[in-house]
Design a protein around this ligand. Structure first.
Ligand code: 5GP
Length: 196
């Protein structure tokens, strides 16, 4: 059985919107089905193809406030005009059971996790450049021009905080970035060959 790094089993992946975190995480889950990816709550609207309960739990602002008041979120933050948060119970149960739990969350949430789960391993994914990040955000055509501007402004703040994380990985070459993430999570894993 391969053990994750550190004493904790909680791994946080953060990085600016458009950096490719989602794609990295999906590949990671395909290759390591034992990893549990936490499904977040959000007040943002579903993008085409997103499924409630799978990509996110899509909730109303009122419901989100109830979750905060009931202390049912392990962390939460406002991001580009919407609320996002991690359901507390599921994550705590999975960690308790010894499962490697992955949170794909933004900077404010990652800071809260550092306070509540200091043993968590925290990774920051960087773009090769701001212009490349902007190109990726525009290419995915999922946001309005205003939303893209908000996300780019937020990206500048997030990137400035990358040094707060245990590990920084530049997503210029996808396969290399994925191998680097794996070598952090599974330091004892022999290098695997990636499908071309
Ligand atoms: P998106 O709207 O593109 O799906 O996500 C926007 C940002 O919110 C991304 O940086 C994503 O990592 C972050 N995010 C997703 N779920 C959560 C969460 O539960 N908590 C926090 N703090 N951020 C989240």
């Amino acid at each position: 059985m391969i053990q994750a790094a550190g004493t904790g089993k909680l791994v946080v992946i953060t990085g600016p919107s458009g950096v490719g975190k989602g794609t990295l995480v999906r590949s990671l889950l395909n290759r390591h089905p034992d990893i549990y990816l936490s499904v977040s709550m959000t007040t943002r609207s579903p993008r085409p193809g997103e499924i409630d309960g799978q990509d996110y739990f899509f909730v109303t602002p009122e419901k989100f406030q109830e979750l905060i008041a009931g202390e049912q979120l392990l962390e939460w933050a406002q991001f580009a005009g919407n609320y996002y948060g991690t359901p507390r119970q599921t994550v705590e149960d999975k960690v308790q059971q010894g499962t490697l739990v992955l949170l794909e969350i933004e900077l404010e949430g990652a800071r809260q996790i550092r306070a509540s789960f200091p043993q968590a391993m925290r990774l920051f994914i960087l773009p090769p450049s701001m212009s490349e990040l902007e190109r990726r955000l525009r290419d995915r055509q999922s946001e309005s021009p205003e939303a893209i501007t908000r996300r780019l402004n937020r990206a500048i703040i997030e990137i400035a905080a990358a040094h707060e994380f245990d590990v920084q990985i530049i997503n210029d070459d996808f396969d290399r970035a994925l191998t680097e993430v794996e070598s952090v999570l599974f330091p004892n894993l022999p290098e695997l060959s990636l499908p071309s």
